[in-house]
Every structure is written in structure tokens, then in C-alpha cells.
Design a protein around this ligand. Structure first.
Ligand SMILES: [Zn+2]
Length: 230
């Protein structure tokens, strides 16, 4: 047996190195139980409290669902307007309360889920009322808004820099979206295309352009910061 620190040869009975004083470890010898280095009990789980609140909110959410279902029940056992109430309540629940179930909800994932819920609800209304506007208008508008907002939130979430570029681009994206919405309105509902959407589009594109200009030119950004005290 040798000392682990200085390498000197040790007798089997030695508890300490005679040269450097390093304690010799004898695994075959039993030792008195010492104070453990970590607490025997687990640390309290803060997530469980949040779960309990989420559970109570789910119960509170199910009460209006059940009440409206019972009050809508027709004598022939069919439901009249309950589907709209249930859909609206579910979309609200998905947007407001669903992220509470998770410890660190990813905003990008939850926005995707939110827009999917809205699109499904619109599809249901269109199907129930035989509106015929979902595929031509409801879905493309939902997808367009979802694309701009999800891209913006994803870039803000994952990029550390360049926030002004992202805001500028998102504002311009909304400008283009307004134009697309006017075109879809004219196509789906046979409303004549007069081009009102060009005005908001020009305004927001100028605004977005200003933000991108500020993002590129550091001196302009600093001058504006000094002027506006932010
Ligand atoms: Zn030693």
C-alpha cells in the first residue's frame, strides 16, 4: 500500500502517512456513522402547488361547460347552441390556463397550439352554419397571423440580439397581411377590391423601416435614446 499523495510505502496498520500526514483510507474497517452531507428529506416540490391551482381552475372551467350543456338539452335529447359555447370555452382555456400545467412553458409551442385551437373552432362554426368561408378566409387569415406572431416570438425567444430587426420585420409582416386580408375578403365574399389596405400597409412598412434603420445605424439609435431618455 502506498500513500496517494506522496507515494511513500505504508504499513497496513497505518492510519496516516508518516511523511505527509495524509489520512489512509481502509475500506475494510467499519466507521462510526457520521452526519450525512445532504438532507434525508427531498426538497419541497414547488411545482405541486401550481398543479393544484391548475386542477382547481380546470374544475372551475368545467362548471360553466356542464351548466350550459344541461340548459341547452332539448326535449328530443339534442343540443342546439352548446357546441359554440364549448368551443369558445375550450379555446379560452387552451390560451389562458393550459400553460399553467407546465413548469417552463415554451411560448413558441404554446402559440402554435393556441392558433391551432382557434382554427379548429372557426372550422367548427363554418361547418355548423354552412358558412363556406373557412377554407378561403378563416384558415388563411389564422395561418397568416400565426406565421407572423410565431416567427416574431421564436426569434425574440431564441436570439439574444437584433430585437429591433425582429420588431421591424414583424410590423412589416402585419402590413403585408392586411393587404392579403383585403384580397381574401374580395375573393371569398365578393367584396370589390378597392385597395384600402395599401394605406395601413404603407404606414406600417414605414414604421418597420424606421426600426430596421435604427437597428442598422448605431449612432442614430444612440441619438434617439439621448433625445427620448430611454
Ligand atoms: Zn504521504
Amino acid at each position: 500500500m502506498y500513500c496517494i499523495k506522496c507515494g511513500v510505502k505504508l504499513e497496513d496498520t497505518e492510519k496516516k502517512c508518516p511523511l505527509c500526514g495524509t489520512v489512509v483510507y481502509h475500506p475494510e474497517l467499519t466507521r462510526a456513522p457520521a452526519e450525512p452531507l445532504y438532507p434525508a428529506q427531498k426538497m419541497p416540490q414547488y411545482g405541486s402547488e401550481k398543479r393544484a391551482v391548475s386542477g382547481i381552475l380546470l374544475l372551475l372551467f368545467l362548471i360553466p361547460m356542464l351548466l350550459s350543456c344541461v340548459s341547452d338539452l332539448q326535449p328530443d335529447g339534442k343540443l342546439d347552441w352548446f357546441g359554440y359555447v364549448a368551443g369558445g370555452l375550450t379555446v379560452t382555456y387552451v390560451i389562458v390556463f393550459l400553460p399553467l400545467w407546465f413548469q417552463k412553458p415554451n411560448p413558441v409551442v404554446f402559440l402554435g397550439i393556441d392558433f391551432a385551437a382557434v382554427a379548429l373552432f372557426l372550422a367548427y362554426i363554418d361547418w355548423q352554419t354552412q358558412g363556406g368561408w373557412f377554407w378561403g378566409f378563416g384558415l388563411p387569415v389564422t395561418l397568416g397571423v400565426a406565421a407572423v406572431i410565431c416567427t416574431m416570438v421564436a426569434l425574440l425567444h431564441y436570439l439574444r440580439r437584433g430585437k429591433l430587426f425582429v420588431y421591424g420585420g414583424a410590423i412589416m409582416g402585419f402590413g403585408v397581411l392586411v393587404l392579403i386580408i383585403e384580397w381574401l375578403l374580395s375573393r371569398t365574399f365578393q367584396i370589390p377590391f378597392v385597395g384600402w389596405s395599401f394605406y395601413p400597409m404603407v404606414v406600417v412598412c414605414l414604421l418597420g423601416g424606421c426600426l430596421i434603420y435604427l437597428a442598422i445605424h448605431r449612432s442614430a439609435r444612440e441619438a434617439l435614446q439621448r433625445k427620448l431618455f430611454f
